[in-house]
Write a protein that binds this ligand. Structure first.
Ligand code: RNT
Ligand code: ZN
Length: 424
């Protein structure tokens, strides 16, 4: 079995000191960067751990225009397994993490509890775990994988179906409120509904009107605690290729007029459209945003995040805009074809690396070149930044955070697979 060597602490520290000097020469204060990175929370999505299955007693199967493909062995089949797997991933990822739950991850003691009766008591174990681990929780109502979600949810033409899902959402708000009070923390709730049509609709208007009035009904009551609510639009999904009721424009307007957050998922736009340029536009009007950190490939919006240009561009915009305190980061991908603890770790380590890369860029110099119309220097310095020793800073950050440095985390993943996951 391949064992990846762990770098010596002394080598990590030495390389780090060299990097500090190199960056200082470009006006970048590395110590400050590391401090900033440490404080940026990323909300790790629970659903990579079990392919978006959840723990409802009657298994509905994944539906709603999203799909997890692959059958790599070892997925979590109970809340305890999911918690153990998440903890394993936590031990491999540096810096602050939160945990992002969906309503279908309830624990109902073997009884079937339908969506319109979910309550805080079904999340008591999660709250206990979060307290013990000192990790914040975020939440999502689940508007998919349910017989009443087959022909729309909050935009359905059938008032009884709408009522059912409005009730679900209201109950989820109470759960989030409980999280916030119990953990004395801000909780982000994200609303994503799969409502849409495969082919040319006769009417694009009425479903949108109904969706808006459903949301207005959901949000009618003030919530206690500190709960932030975001709406996530989408261009298309599997089986909703032509029309998705909750589109980006609809939710941008809704978020602005109702003082909610807009959630932008990196995989929810035209296949070649990226979201980094949208931040400085949307945030002229929106105080806060939720970002779903993901990676689209062709028709799929949820591949494991890697440090590609899209990710770097997004990190840059948040950093350069100085809006780290106005943006919430949540990961959203699900790959059932690889080790799931590995998927979480790859994705979130990559995202944190991208944030670090952005924080280390010599932005002051770049801005000066820009104002002096020195385009070659501006471009050259951005290219040179790609070969600056950011990896030395990353390694130091991992060491300081007490997680494996470099590919050594793979030893731990493999060990967990052999001793735990493969026994399931
Ligand atoms: C689906 C959305 C949504 C889901 C999760 C499970 O296209 O991206 O965020 O992935 O709610
Ligand atoms: Zn998403």
């Amino acid at each position: 079995m391949t064992m990846f060597p762990q770098l010596l602490d002394t080598a990590v520290e030495k390389n780090f000191q060299e990097a500090v000097e190199i960056y200082a020469g470009l006006g970048v204060d590395v110590a400050k960067v590391v401090e900033t990175l440490e404080e940026i929370p990323v909300s790790m999505h629970c659903w990579q751990g079990d392919d978006v299955g959840g723990f409802e007693v009657s298994d509905q199967g994944l539906s709603g225009g999203i799909m997890a493909t692959g059958d790599y062995p070892g997925k979590a089949t109970s809340p305890d397994e999911l918690r153990a797997d998440a903890e394993k991933a936590f031990s491999l990822i540096p810096g602050l993490l939160r945990f992002n739950l969906h309503a279908i991850y309830l624990e109902s003691g073997g009884k079937y509890v339908d969506r319109d009766v979910v309550a805080p008591e079904h999340f008591a174990n999660w709250i206990g775990w979060a307290k013990e681990r000192n990790v914040g929780l975020d939440f999502n109502p689940t508007f998919f994988s349910h017989p009443k979600a087959e022909c729309g949810t909050l935009s359905s033409a059938d008032p009884a179906i709408r009522e059912f899902w409005i009730e679900h959402a209201k109950r989820c708000r109470t759960i989030a409120e409980t999280f916030s009070k119990e953990l004395d923390d801000t909780v982000v709730v994200n609303y994503w509904v799969p409502d849409g049509m495969k082919d040319l609709p006769a009417d694009r208007w009425e479903p949108r009107k109904r969706l808006l009035s459903s949301y207005d009904a959901i949000f009618a009551d003030e919530l206690g605690g500190d709960v932030k609510e975001a709406l996530e639009g989408k261009l298309f999904g599997l089986g909703s290729e032509e029309y998705v009721v909750g589109s980006n424009e609809l939710y941008l307007g809704y978020a602005m007029s109702r003082k909610k957050l807009l959630c932008m998922d990196m995989g929810h736009y035209h296949p070649t459209e990226t979201i980094h340029d949208k931040l400085s536009a949307a945030m002229m009007y929106l105080p806060e945003l939720l970002l779903h950190v993901s990676r689209p490939i062709r028709w799929d919006s949820d591949h494991v995040v890697i440090m590609n240009d899209d990710l770097l561009s997004l990190a840059r915009e948040v950093v350069r805009g100085g809006v780290l305190d106005r943006v919430y980061f949540a990961t959203d991908f699900f790959d059932a074809s690889i080790n799931r603890v590995g998927a979480w770790t790859i994705g979130i380590r990559s995202f944190k690396k991208a944030l670090l890369f952005a924080l280390l860029e010599p932005v002051e110099m770049l801005r000066r070149f820009e104002s002096e119309n020195r385009g070659a220097e501006r471009l050259a310095l951005q290219e040179e930044a790609k070969t600056l020793p950011y990896a030395a800073v990353w390694n130091y950050f991992c060491l300081k955070s007490d997680v494996p440095v470099g590919p050594a985390w793979l030893n731990s993943m493999r060990d967990y697979e052999n001793t735990v996951l493969s026994k399931r």
